[in-house]
Design a protein around this ligand. Sequence first.
Ligand SMILES: *[C@@H]1O[C@H](CO)[C@@H](O)[C@H](O)[C@H]1NC(C)=O
Ligand SMILES: *[C@@H]1O[C@H](CO)[C@@H](O)[C@H](O)[C@H]1NC(C)=O
Ligand SMILES: *[C@@H]1O[C@H](CO)[C@@H](O)[C@H](O)[C@H]1NC(C)=O
Ligand SMILES: *[C@@H]1O[C@H](CO)[C@@H](O)[C@H](O)[C@H]1NC(C)=O
Ligand SMILES: *[C@@H]1O[C@H](CO)[C@@H](O)[C@H](O)[C@H]1NC(C)=O
Length: 378
Amino acid sequence: MHLKPLITTAFLATTSLAITDRTGDVLNGAEVINSLDLNDVPSSAVTRYYLRAGELNGGFPLHLPIFIARGPKETLETGKKLSVSGTVHGDELNPIRVVQKVFENLEINIDKLNGTVIGVPGINPMGIYLNQRNFWTASDSGFLTNINRVFPGTNSSSGGNGGNVIAYNLWNYIWGNTSNVDVAIDLHTPSSGSGSSLWCYADFRLPYVERLAKLLQPNILKIDPGEPGSIETTFVRHGVPAITVEMGIAKTWLPDLIDRTYDFVIRVMDDLSMLSGNSSTQHEPDLSKTFIGNTFQGVRSTYGGFIESLVTWDQDVKAGQELGRIRNVWGDVIQILRAPVDARIHQAPIDPSVEPGQDVFSLVYNSTDPSCIDGCVL
Ligand SMILES: *[C@@H]1O[C@H](CO)[C@@H](O)[C@H](O)[C@H]1NC(C)=O
Ligand SMILES: *[C@@H]1O[C@H](CO)[C@@H](O)[C@H](O)[C@H]1NC(C)=O
Ligand SMILES: *[C@@H]1O[C@H](CO)[C@@H](O)[C@H](O)[C@H]1NC(C)=O
Ligand SMILES: *[C@@H]1O[C@H](CO)[C@@H](O)[C@H](O)[C@H]1NC(C)=O
Ligand SMILES: *[C@@H]1O[C@H](CO)[C@@H](O)[C@H](O)[C@H]1NC(C)=O
């Protein structure tokens, strides 16, 4: 893996010169585009587009909603470019409201915006439609694709299926293969069935990622080497600072976490001098409630059954402490789950049904194993 050594190399990336390719269609009042050149987007305005992202079987076109906020004309060159995306997993809905709120703010404050913000409130319209995590492809008897494992994507001429094409078109035609993005924030929630508070993954090896993660003021900050094919890691491996933010609970809008994440995006814009007239003093993140750890460890069920939790997220536990009991359908306790180490609970079940091999609880701590210094998931 090659990481660019300095954030400045990312900041120097030039803006794509390709002209915006419009299909001529207008959908829900927004122009439909195949690709985007930021020079063609109105300055001092928030503009809505739909990115054409391939077709479904039967020829039904697939469209991704895209917000672009551009400050005054010259700030396209002089200011930073931020991407805020979410809901690449279709059941993780808190991110959608965060992106909407950021652009509600930018509508009002557009003349003060020093730079450009790209917002993608729902990367996976198919997953949102199905109310589940993955993209559904109908051919080959039907199968699911986790779009957050296939970035930077594959086009259909190279054999990419629907989920791959979404990734390819977003990566190349909106994010311009990073040329339209200096810093990226990708918003998620934990998978359906588990709950948490606010936390993030951050690959500290790339400059500015640690600062970005600390500006979130999360409950848990996971030092992490990243996941190949994810949006965060694809940006990081192209030298663009990025984090994955995890907001509480899938399929559930949590106003508190939405507000905390929205405030974070505003702090990042401030930190990148994207809000002229705002504080010029460096924001000192309040980390008094933040647990920083390099290791996640799952506590697994050996059986299928029903979990009775004795602990919840953000609680500290001692090695050997009982976390929960798995009962069979008769109510007999068939397994007691215990903490393997002193740690903090980072995710706990909200769905009582469990199956063999499932990470029922997830713990966070600092491993002393030198191979975990950049992050481990056990
Ligand atoms: C706009 O952003 C650029 C790049 O970060 C910075 O050099 C400049 O001072 C900012 N301008 C204002 C008015 O904040
Ligand atoms: C498809 O992707 C490949 C690899 O990025 C590229 O070489 C090719 O030009 C693309 N084809 C089309 C039609 O965009
Ligand atoms: C995307 O950018 C990387 C550098 O960040 C470059 O190596 C690669 O060739 C680019 N890909 C395309 C399809 O332009
Ligand atoms: C400026 O910063 C404050 C606090 O950091 C925030 O409440 C406000 O919304 C920011 N201004 C703009 C234009 O967003
Ligand atoms: C874990 O290690 C990091 C430094 O790598 C440190 O900042 C953090 O405070 C440690 N966390 C705990 C809970 O001790």
